[in-house]
Design a protein around this ligand. Structure first.
Ligand SMILES: [Zn+2]
Ligand SMILES: [Zn+2]
Length: 345
């Protein structure tokens, strides 16, 4: 079967590899119907030290169950499923308190990898997989796009809002205008925020966020950006949702909050640890981490998508065949598309 591999910095290719097989009782083999490129995959794509043939870091897919391990009772071959990147067990304290992205049974990194491929082996499948009613052919392409966001970016955007305790009437600032930032805007609206400011310099992304519920956009960065946000909100924000993963984005997020405000961060950190004491003077609450993808999908996000209440699939502004995977990465890296979807044959 075909699978995507990193070939050198700024290039990916396709390799013919052995189709995965069931290894554990809690495994499922999935035939991928749609996959995509994540902002986090671009870190590997740009890495000058990447080894040729390094397996792709893709971790978002929807597909059809092909084969199940003997402990699987929740899905059967032929079922259409979301493959969330988080692989929670559903039984431990973390999963039961709604943090399946930090499942206590994760050993090292148990997140998905290599899903930009024709077939994948999905571990901890019995609880973590999310069954979608009916079959892919029963849905429009737009609906398939929204269902695909439920593997990562929509739950991740939602997670920022949840851990920042966004509640009705809140003034919220979203840092990051990529797919996760766009989903964080949708999430803040779902949770009843009265004002949602997106920090963004790109007109197409500003427009998308304004259509999803953002009430204002701010293009300025740094101290100027913080001043602009405060002017729009008439003071600091109740919550800041950091969806980038750089130190500058974290600084921006902390800077827009009023004293006692709440930071939710979901950008995978590409910076050294901040000193926690730096938030002492402001009495800030800081929380974040990997999203509770399965939990949110099962509890309300799948329903919200199927009912048409939210349309996060709009973040996929381009679609590609698997053979054009390098272009899919390139266009996203060059910001020609917000998020690239891969349509499997
Ligand atoms: Zn991702
Ligand atoms: Zn668990």
């Amino acid at each position: 079967m075909k699978s995507v591999v990193y070939t050198k910095a700024g290039q990916v290719g396709i390799e013919e590899i052995k189709r995965p097989s069931i290894q554990e009782a809690d495994d499922v083999i999935i035939r991928v119907v749609r996959a995509c490129v994540c902002g986090s995959d671009l870190w590997s794509y740009r890495n000058p030290d990447i080894k040729e043939g390094h397996k792709n870091s893709g971790h978002e897919a929807i597909g059809i169950v092909e084969e199940i391990g003997e402990a699987i009772t929740t899905v059967k071959p032929g079922d259409f499923v979301i493959a969330p990147f988080t692989h929670g067990c559903g039984q431990c304290d973390a999963c039961r308190s709604g943090f399946d992205g930090s499942c206590d049974r994760h050993i090292g990194n148990n997140f998905s990898g290599g899903v930009q491929a024709e077939y994948i082996r999905f571990h901890f499948a019995n609880w973590a997989l999310v069954k979608i009613p009916r079959q892919p052919s029963d849905y429009t392409e737009g609906m398939l796009k929204s269902l695909l966001t439920l593997a990562d970016v929509m739950p991740t955007g939602y997670h920022a809002a949840r851990v920042a305790h966004v509640k009705p009437g809140d003034k919220v600032v979203v840092i990051g205008d990529g797919a996760v930032g766009q989903c964080a805007v949708i999430a803040a609206k779902m949770r009843g925020a009265s004002q949602i400011v997106l920090m963004s310099r790109h007109e197409d992304r500003q427009k998308m966020a304004l259509e999803s519920g953002a009430t204002a956009v701010v293009a300025e960065r740094g101290a100027e950006g913080i001043a602009k946000v405060r002017e729009i909100l008439g003071g600091g924000a109740d919550a800041a949702l950091e969806c980038v993963g750089t130190e500058a984005a974290v600084e921006q997020a902390l800077g827009v909050l009023h004293n006692g405000g709440r930071l939710g961060f979901v950008g995978v950190p590409h910076y050294n640890n901040r000193v926690l004491g730096s938030t002492f003077a402001q009495n800030l609450s800081v929380a974040g981490g990997a999203a509770s993808a399965t939990t949110y999908d099962k509890q309300f996000l799948l329903k919200a998508v199927l009912d048409g209440d939210i349309n996060p699939g709009r973040v996929f502004t381009s679609s590609y065949k698997l053979k054009d995977i390098d272009q899919a990465y390139k266009d996203m890296d060059e910001r020609k598309t917000i998020k690239s979807m891969i349509v499997m044959d």
